[in-house]
Design a protein around this ligand. Structure first.
Ligand code: PRX
Length: 665
């Protein structure tokens, strides 16, 4: 902790991407940490990085031999025909074998793989041997129920070990899983079942959240009302609530497990066989099914877990993400288990029954590495220092964040109050599409600056470019791109190759476009500004504005809707909806509440607009495009100062930004 100077606010602007903060504080990795770390110095990082970028195929090839267990070795590390990559061509392996079987021959067999606590306080530990046994048995349940390699299975579960068991059992047989976040509604499950043509849904009777029961099975029943694809629903009994069992389709997890034995050979799959589909929001239309394949994905997830979290024997590592998000896939399940770590899992809310639940868990379990989201950190700040201060957090040695830019002040709070000033913080930038961490400090090597994800991981060629694809000079804003393929990149969008090409590879030739704005400072550090497409980042979750608009318009009373984001201290961005009603419907506070609930029902409570403004008309260009830029200004500041020359009807704007208070009630 040397070389600290305070922040100074400077403003610069380029390509409509603005950043207002120049952060001058620098935190060097503590000596005590570096001396034991895998990458112990900045020089070593630079040396290895240069080597990895000089010859990425050699680098990834070496790592793949060292880190993964293969059935058949690959012939070619990378076959790249833009925008389609095939990694470790000709190789075969099994992902669940890499996460489980390989650890069974020595003492790791009896080490905890997963340590879990439910929201009500129930506890379970599964050693590698026990987890292996459960996965083998459940894979046999899948077989018994006629799902096979290449089939799709939806997993809609609470955060409990069975969610991971279901994922790994699918992987054992080459079945493609698609986890749907337990907070999503029936409509979201339905869409995903349809898009993936899933044959099976694995769910639970319910899950606990803030003391209440989330009726997971009921949501599945509603989603499958008119469905013809799903042949079987496996129900894990988590809470014991009443559920309807449909004869012939629904089976109980615990009953099925009684019929099977614990022997199940892993099925070798091709490096490029799909591992999972995970749906994420895009700027237009329905959610995109991001497809990840087997070897490359696992390799990068495992390698980043090893280097970024610097996991050692005896560590207890806790990533707070739900398995419904990509972070839960890569850093609760696949990465940690592949390298033989002990991962902690918690089912419920951070403030249940009290706002100190996380700190209590850290103290009780002696958590050493803690990885969470900036939105959670901001909530902790607001709840008050007394909650962490009531607990002994001295077991912690490393902290991490992911999901959105972290404000420097939240970073400082995390550093001081949670990390006791001694823990490095890894601010990791990546996306559902990238599969694993791409830009990040290495905790024993990289000096950190609060708010910056710092530098690219090995083998990752990240850059900030202008609209022509030319790299911009230091401290000039631009678009964040990746200039070389990487092993855990998405391979396509499920069933929509055209959208894959258009979304990621059409902006610039030869570069993957992330959709994020960023700048690099004079030290080459990346500062991510946020999304530049029509995607909001609400509490670390990506939401497509068009999805929320469609949800609003699906309500009988709504004629048209435009959704924009407004900066929000807690959630990063808040959802603001401008809604025009069908004649002769009149706006009322009740209708506003109904519409908010309607969005929660159609998508998820996360997508609920914070603010709904009724208006007679939306500002449009002459060609009929809604001018979101203006709405964004109205939503954030109540006024419009930007260019309005293309606006079709000026009176609309006047009404929205003040004069029209009565119509925009
Ligand atoms: O805008 C970036 C932001 O989250 C987006 C990816 O969201 P998602 O696919 O849901 O994955 C979240 C977990 C990996 C990115 O395009 N983002 C993620 N991490 C950071 C971030 N923004 C700034 N700093 C980060 N560390």
């Amino acid at each position: 902790m040397r070389n600290q100077t305070p922040v100074s606010a400077t403003r610069y602007e380029s390509n409509n991407i603005e950043s207002h903060l120049i952060e001058k504080r620098v935190f060097n990795p503590p000596e005590a940490f570096s001396s034991k770390a895998d990458i112990p110095s900045f020089e070593q990082y630079q040396k290895l990085y240069r080597k990895s970028i000089g010859n990425p195929e050699e680098f990834w090839g070496e790592q793949a031999s060292e880190l993964l267990v293969w059935h058949k070795k690959w012939k070619t590390v990378l076959d790249w025909k833009e925008p389609f990559a095939r990694w470790f061509v000709g190789g075969t392996l099994n992902v669940s074998e890499n996460c489980l079987d390989r650890h069974l021959s020595g003492s790791r067999r009896n080490q905890a793989a997963l340590i879990w606590e439910g929201e009500p306080g129930d506890k379970r530990t599964l050693t590698y041997q026990q987890l292996h046994r459960e996965v083998c048995k459940f894979a046999n349940v899948l077989k018994r129920n006629q799902v096979k390699k290449g089939d799709r299975v939806i997993i809609y579960m609470p955060m409990c070990p069975e969610a991971a068991i279901a994922m790994l059992a699918c992987a054992r047989l080459g079945i493609i899983h698609s986890v749907v976040f337990g907070g999503f509604s029936a409509a979201a499950i339905k869409d995903r079942v349809l898009d993936s043509q899933a044959k099976m849904v694995i769910t639970a009777d319910g899950g606990y959240r803030r003391g209440a029961i989330v009726p997971l099975k009921r949501n599945v029943d509603e989603a499958l009302k008119d469905d013809e694809h799903v042949k079987k629903v496996v129900v894990f009994r988590r809470v014991g609530n009443q559920v309807t069992i449909r004869e012939g389709r629904d089976v109980w997890w615990h009953r099925e497990m009684e019929y099977v034995d614990a022997n199940c050979e892993p099925v070798p799959v091709d490096s490029e066989d799909p591992l999972y589909i995970l749906y994420t929001s895009g700027s237009t239309g329905k959610p995109k099914g991001v497809l990840h394949t087997s070897a490359g994905y696992l390799l990068q997830a495992a390698l980043t877990t090893k280097y970024v979290f610097d996991i050692k024997e005896g560590d207890i590592y806790w990533c707070t993400a739900d398995v419904g998000w990509v972070t839960g896939h890569s850093y609760v399940v696949y990465g940690p288990l592949c390298i033989g770590a002990t991962a902690f899992m918690y089912e419920g809310a951070p403030n249940w029954p009290e706002p100190d639940r996380f700190w209590k868990l850290i103290e009780e379990y002696g958590i050493t590495i803690f990885y969470t989201a900036p939105t959670a950190i901001r909530a902790f700040v607001r709840w008050g220092d007394e909650h962490p201060q009531r607990h002994d957090l001295s077991s912690l040695r490393l902290l991490g964040t992911v999901g959105e830019p972290i404000n420097p002040e939240a970073w400082m709070w995390y550093h001081k109050v949670i990390g006791g000033g001694r823990c490095p913080i890894v601010d990791t930038w990546w996306q559902t599409e990238t599969g694993s961490i791409m830009i990040t400090p290495l905790p024993g090597a990289t000096p950190t600056k609060p708010g910056s994800a710092t530098l690219p991981f090995f083998g990752i060629d990240a850059a900030v470019v202008d609209d022509q694809g030319k790299e911009v000079p230091p401290n000039v804003g631009g678009k964040l791109v990746i200039r070389k393929p990487w092993p855990s990149m998405l391979r396509t969008i499920w069933g929509d190759e055209k959208r894959y090409k258009k979304q990621y590879w059409s902006e610039f030739k030869g570069m993957y476009f992330t959709g994020d704005g960023a700048r690099r400072d004079k030290d080459g550090y990346f500062w991510i500004v946020g999304r530049i497409d029509d995607v909001l980042n609400v509490a670390g979750h990506r939401l497509g504005t068009s999805e929320i608009e469609s949800a609003l318009v699906s309500h009988l009373d709504v004629a048209e809707a435009a959704v924009v984001g407004r900066p929000d201290e807690m959630k990063g961005q808040a959802v603001v909806a401008f809604v025009t009603l069908k004649q002769p419907k009149k706006p009322t506070p009740e209708l506003r509440e109904t519409l908010r609930e309607h969005v929660a029902e159609v998508i998820s409570a996360i997508a609920k607009p914070d603010d709904i403004r009724f208006t007679d008309a939306l500002p449009k260009t002459r060609s009929g495009k809604i001018m979101r830029r203006l709405l964004k200004e109205v939503a954030s500041s109540g006024q419009v100062t930007g260019d309005t020359t293309t606006l079709e009807d000026y009176s609309v704007l006047a009404k929205l930004s003040g004069d029209g208070k009565e119509s925009a009630s």
